[in-house]
Design a protein around this ligand. Structure first.
Ligand SMILES: NC(=O)C1=CN([C@@H]2O[C@H](COP(=O)(O)OP(=O)(O)OC[C@H]3O[C@@H](n4cnc5c(N)ncnc54)[C@H](O)[C@@H]3O)[C@@H](O)[C@H]2O)C=CC1
Ligand SMILES: Nc1nc(O)c(N)c(N[C@@H]2O[C@H](COP(=O)(O)O)[C@@H](O)[C@H]2O)n1
Length: 273
C-alpha cells in the first residue's frame, strides 16, 4: 500500500498527541545504559497506544489473521507516528500473525528517524531466521529489533546478537512467574526498562492482548490514536476488550481518506518526558 507524507493540516492535527522531544534515541547511548541494573526510578517513556479498528471494534478477521483495515491515508498517518517515536512495540502474537516490518516507509524517514522495534516475546517464540523486521534491519531500512524475554531465574541481562538484541527481564515478582507457561511481565517494568535504555517515547501498535491490557492501565498511557475503518469484521473477529471500563478526554478526530482517526488522552495525571 502506498505511503505518503502527511499534509501540514494532518500533522498539525496529530501534533498535540505526540511526544515533544523527538529522536532523542541513540543506539550508542543505549549500549552504555544497558549495563545499568535494578532501576528504581519512576521514569517512563511517553506512551502512545495506536491501532486500527473496524466499526464493530475488531482489529483482525480472526486469531492470527493479518487484516488490512487502514486505507492509504490513515496508513500514512501510522508511518508518520512511527517516525515520531523512539520505539515501536508489539507483542509476539502480532509478529507471528503479521510478520510486520515495523519501520517507517515515508520518504522522509531516514535511518536516524526509524523507530527501534521492540517485541514482547517472553518465551522466545520469534522465528528470527524468516522475519521481515530483521531483514529490513539488515538492509538498513529499519533498526535492529529488541526482543523482551521473561527470565524465570530472576536475572536481568542484555545480550546483543547480530540479528537482534535481547533484554531478559526478571520481574519484581519473578517468584510468582516460575512455572507459568506464559509468564506475564508487568508493563511498568517493561516501560521502565525501555526508558532506562534511552528510549524516551514508544508507540504501542498491537495486538489485541497488548492493547487490551494497556487500556486497563491508563496511568501508563499518554495518548491514544485509533483509526476507525468504515467496515464490520463480524463475530469471528479479534476485538479490543479492556478488563475495565474507561473513556478518553481532550478528544479530536479527523478524516484520513475513508477512515476516521480519533485521538485522546486518559484523565489520570500524565507524566512528561
Ligand atoms: N488492526 C491493527 O491495528 C492491529 C491488528 N493486530 C492483530 O492482532 C492480532 C494479534 O493479537 P494477539 O494475538 O493478542 O497478540 P499480541 O501481539 O497482543 O501478543 C500477545 C503475546 O505477547 C506477549 N505479551 C504481551 N504482553 C505481555 C506482558 N505484559 N508480559 C509478557 N508477555 C506479554 C505474550 O506472549 C502474549 O501471548 C493479529 O491478528 C494481528 O493481525 C495487531 C496489531 C495492530
Ligand atoms: N494502522 C494499521 N492499520 C491496519 O489496517 C493494520 N492491519 C495495522 N496493523 C499493524 O501494522 C503492522 C504491519 O505493518 P508493516 O507495514 O508490515 O510494518 C501489523 O503487524 C500491525 O502491528 N495497522
Amino acid at each position: 500500500m502506498e505511503v505518503n507524507e502527511l499534509s501540514n493540516a494532518e500533522s498539525e492535527f496529530l501534533e498535540p498527541y505526540l511526544p515533544t522531544r523527538q529522536h532523542t534515541y541513540d543506539e550508542s547511548v543505549e549500549a552504555e545504559t544497558a549495563r545499568v541494573e535494578g532501576d528504581e526510578t519512576d521514569h517512563f517513556p511517553f506512551v502512545t497506544l495506536t491501532y486500527a479498528s473496524s466499526l464493530d471494534g475488531m482489529i483482525a478477521l480472526g486469531p492470527g489473521l493479518r487484516t488490512a483495515l487502514s486505507g492509504s491515508e490513515s496508513k500514512s498517518m501510522t508511518h508518520h507516528l512511527r517516525q515520531r517515536h523512539d520505539a515501536i512495540l508489539v507483542g509476539i502474537g502480532t509478529v507471528l500473525a503479521d510478520d510486520p516490518g515495523l519501520n517507517s516507509r515515508l520518504p522522509s524517514a531516514l535511518y536516524r528517524l526509524q523507530p527501534r522495534p521492540v517485541i514482547v516475546d517472553p518465551s522466545r517464540r520469534m522465528n528470527i531466521k524468516d522475519s521481515k523486521v530483521i531483514r529490513l534491519a539488515k538492509m538498513g531500512e529499519g533498526k535492529k529489533p529488541l526482543l523482551i524475554h521473561a527470565d524465570l531465574n530472576g536475572k536481568q541481562y542484555f545480550s546483543e546478537e547480530e540479528t537482534c538484541d535481547r533484554l531478559h527481564l526478571a520481574t519484581p515478582i519473578s517468584g510468582e512467574l516460575r512455572g507459568q507457561e506464559r509468564p506475564e511481565i508487568p508493563w511498568e517494568y517493561i516501560l521502565k526498562s525501555l526508558k532506562l535504555r534511552g528510549i524516551n517515547s514508544v508507540m504501542i501498535e498491537g495486538g489485541a492482548t497488548v492493547i487490551s491490557t494497556l487500556l486497563a492501565k491508563p496511568e501508563l498511557v499518554n495518548s491514544v490514536i485509533v483509526t476507525i475503518a468504515p467496515q464490520w469484521l463480524g463475530r469471528g473477529g479479534v476485538g479490543i476488550a479492556p478488563v475495565s471500563t474507561n473513556g478518553l478526554v481532550e478528544t479530536a478526530w479527523q478524516q484520513f481518506g475513508a477512515d476516521a482517526v480519533v485521538c485522546g488522552r486518559f484523565s489520570v495525571a500524565k507524566r512528561t518526558i
